[in-house]
Design a protein around this ligand. Structure first.
Ligand SMILES: Nc1ncnc2c1ncn2[C@@H]1O[C@H](COP(=O)(O)OP(=O)(O)O)[C@@H](O)[C@H]1O
Ligand SMILES: [Mg+2]
Length: 459
């Protein structure tokens, strides 16, 4: 039962309020002056104080400060007969929860008390949450308590003892680049880390990006340029989206890895490779080898040690620690004090599929945090996301196999189910390949995904 302390010099008013509040089920204490009031406050530790500004011994504002020194979360409702704008403003500024002009109507007071109790509850929850995660995170931490992530931490430890080549596989947003950077930091701190995205550069340029070129080796090569392998010195070259490298360039990379030496484009000098090579892909490289779009000999060279990061939906226990971590990061960036998500949001997060993995979670929290009013992110802060989540639920419900007999389906339903089936059963195929199977164009495919609420992240 909530405890309320009422401090007023007028015994009749005290009695009035006491009777009214006891009637509503509150535990009521009273005091007729400030000194008495402060003592009772310390003894009884009430949740709420109702305080008259004009007291015989101390000014109400002074007492307000004393009370807040004792318990900074105490909710004080102030009242006075002689009110004016200044006192009202001053009272609120000094931290009063509410302010009333006498005579105070009983019901009005009860409403204010209920509001104050609610606010106090919320603050208590926030304190509890803050106690729970006092840990300070470092930038660049890899967060995860799941068994899978723990195995990855062990592998990172092992590969950091040498400069073996590492292949990191995982869906987009699972933290491949993050892991590459950590391996680099653990193995060769202080040396350069050079990242190259193989899908972002056209083939002819990629070769000179990687290996450099001599002056005049092709039109536009106005001076000698060092490639990434040279620039990385004894550090790390991170080749992202390695599956997108052309077969021609794959052959060249293979030779470099075999000989640990190369020539700049248009040059004759042999340059030694001292850097460690880490590659990453969001495709199953092994199946690309089987399809013939990736060289098997190169695959074995790259796959000396492989790290497979499972998608977030397969390690849902990482979601909670990730939220703590990502919010700490977001708070720093936005100068906010968001400490968590509400329980109903958490329930949804645990049921959601996270096709964009940790990156999706991070972006979602960030956009919610920007507009959030409270310290806890609630459903209202995630309007747009919740729409997408609904679609996932509908999609799940429609997931039953198309060959099921005895049910009546509209043509649209059949189409939706068939598209889902093709996506599901074509494993790591690209969007282009799936369009080919379905015999439709990319834009049509995109429209149908949208129409049937199907999420599909692959390129
Ligand atoms: N386990 C993790 N702990 C902390 N942050 C992570 C984790 N996994 C991913 N992230 C964050 O998610 C975002 C996407 O990660 P990134 O390494 O770019 O993924 P990928 O290269 O696999 O697409 C980055 O901001 C990264 O810091
Ligand atoms: Mg990446």
């Amino acid at each position: 039962m909530a405890k309320i302390l009422v401090i007023d010099h007028d015994p009749a008013i005290l009695k009035d309020i006491e009777v009214n509040l006891k009637d509503k089920g509150y535990d009521v204490f009273t005091a007729v002056n400030g000194t008495d009031g402060l003592n009772r406050f310390i003894e009884a530790a009430p949740d709420i104080v109702i305080l008259e500004i004009n007291l015989p011994d101390i000014h109400g504002f002074t007492l307000l400060e004393d009370l807040r020194d004792e318990d900074e979360n105490v909710k004080v409702i102030m009242m006075t007969a002689d009110h004016d704008m200044d006192t009202t403003i001053h009272a609120m500024k000094a931290g009063a929860f509410d302010y009333f002009r006498k005579p105070v109507h009983g019901d009005e007071l009860v409403v204010a008390i209920q509001k104050a109790l609610k606010a106090r509850d919320m603050e208590k929850r926030i304190d509890a949450l803050l106690m729970k995660s006092p840990r300070l995170f470092k930038a660049g931490d890899i967060i995860g308590t799941s068994r899978e992530m723990n195995e990855i931490f062990k592998t990172i430890g092992t590969v950091s003892q040498s400069k073996t080549t590492v292949l990191i596989q995982g869906e987009s947003g699972t933290g491949k680049e993050l892991i590459a950077k950590v391996i680099h930091r653990m193995t060769s701190p202080g040396e350069p880390y050079i990242g190259v995205n193989c899908s972002a550069i056209v083939e002819t340029l990629l070769e000179s990006e990687l290996f450099g070129h001599e002056k005049g080796s092709f039109t536009g090569a106005v001076s000698r340029k060092l490639g990434k392998f040279e620039l990385a010195r004894s550090g790390t070259v991170f080749l992202d989206e390695i599956s997108e490298m052309s077969l021609n360039l794959q052959a060249k990379l293979l030779r470099v890895l075999q000989e640990m030496e190369f020539e700049r484009v248009g040059g004759k000098d042999r340059v030694k490779v001292n850097a460690r090579i880490i590659t990453a892909t969001n495709k199953e490289l092994k199946s690309l080898v089987e399809e013939g779009t990736f060289r098997d000999d190169l695959f074995y060279r790259l796959n000396v040690v492989s790290i497979h990061i499972p998608p977030l939906r397969q390690r849902k226990e990482d979601i909670t620690p990730l939220i703590d971590y990502l919010l700490a990061k977001i708070n720093l960036d936005l100068n906010k004090q968001i400490i968590g998500v509400s329980d109903d949001v958490m329930d949804i997060f645990l049921r959601y599929d996270w096709p964009g993995n940790v990156r999706e979670l991070e972006n979602l929290l960030l956009s919610a945090a920007v507009g959030a009013k409270g310290q806890i992110l609630v459903k209202d802060d995630f309007q747009e996301f919740l729409g997408g989540f609904q679609k996932q639920l509908i999609a799940e419900r429609n997931q039953e196999d198309i060959s099921e007999t005895g049910i009546r389906l509209t043509l649209d339903e059949v189409e939706g189910r068939y598209i889902r089936k093709v996506i599901k059963e074509s494993g790591p195929r690209t969007k282009g390949e799936i369009c080919e199977i379905l015999g439709i164009s990319r834009p049509t495919f995109e429209r149908k995904l949208e129409k049937y609420g199907i999420t599909f992240e692959r390129e």
